[in-house]
Design a protein around this ligand. Structure first.
Ligand SMILES: Nc1ncnc2c1ncn2[C@@H]1O[C@H](COP(=O)(O)OP(=O)(O)OP(=O)(O)O)[C@@H](O)[C@H]1O
Ligand SMILES: [Mg+2]
Length: 228
């Protein structure tokens, strides 16, 4: 069982969007997934409760309960636990980092977002936790050329001294439309750029955590998998 803590000190960077999309990506590819929602806003819970069909298991929790939840998840043969965290409650973020096999920092390509992440990245490094950064809500590139804001962000992110995932999540309405429907962008329309981004992000995270794709094939054949 592996645990991902999805963290960022800046509100609205996309933690819940990324947490839910990764959980659904893993679920669609046949992995047993548990989402632990430790944010009192309960954004991830609202999305997953909006599903009319099966999906990841969901527990509304708090940081101090994560260890007990991990034990229960192990007993229940959960393969992946994804912890969605609040932006501002430091204690909750701390518990999630301690519980994590991977800390995923979700950062928008802005000066203030990156500045707010410096301390979090330092904590992740001091605790010797594996950490990765994913850029979210980035403007799209034009003709293969990155927007200046993204290029500046890529330079500034070097100061975090954590690896940056090559897949960049762009600002796309399909992410919002998907969550409104209780689904992921991959489920809503696998032909969209958002679906491709999430597939690529999942492939990277899965390789990092498990080093291999899920044993069971996808139960949603229209979703691209790296087992195909
Ligand atoms: N890549 C994206 N493209 C378009 N909209 C996005 C994207 N990522 C997130 N959003 C939107 O940005 C808003 C904030 O996203 P989200 O709730 O996931 O952030 P958060 O970091 O969890 O926020 P909070 O700090 O309040 O928990 C939401 O309206 C969401 O739909
Ligand atoms: Mg959130």
């Amino acid at each position: 069982m592996r645990t991902i803590a999805v963290i960022a000190r800046k509100g609205g960077s996309g933690k819940s969007t990324v947490a839910v999309h990764l959980a659904l990506a893993a679920h669609l590819r046949g992995r047993r997934v548990l989402v632990a929602d430790t944010d009192a806003q309960r954004s991830a819970s609202q999305v997953l409760r909006g599903r009319g069909e099966g999906g990841p298991e969901l527990v509304e929790s708090t940081g101090p309960k994560l260890f007990a939840l991990q034990l229960a998840a192990l007993r229940g043969e959960v393969e992946l636990m994804i912890v969605d965290t609040p932006a501002v409650v430091e204690e909750e973020i701390g518990h999630a980092i301690v519980a994590a096999d991977l800390c995923l920092l979700v950062i928008r390509p802005t000066f203030l977002d990156i500045a707010a992440s410096l301390q979090t990245a330092e904590i992740v490094r001091r605790l010797r936790k594996p950490g990765l950064v994913v850029l979210n809500q980035a403007p799209s590139s034009r003709g293969g050329v990155e927007a200046p804001s993204v290029k500046r962000a890529q330079e500034a992110l070097k100061l975090l001294r954590l690896p940056v995932i090559p897949t960049i999540l762009r600002a796309r309405i399909s992410y919002q439309a998907a969550l409104e429907a209780g689904r992921s962008a991959e489920e809503l329309d696998p032909a969209t750029e958002a679906a491709r981004e999430i597939g690529d992000l999942w492939d990277f995270v899965e390789g990092f955590l498990f080093g291999r794709p899920a044993a069971a094939p996808s139960q949603a054949p229209q979703v691209r998998t790296n087992t195909a």
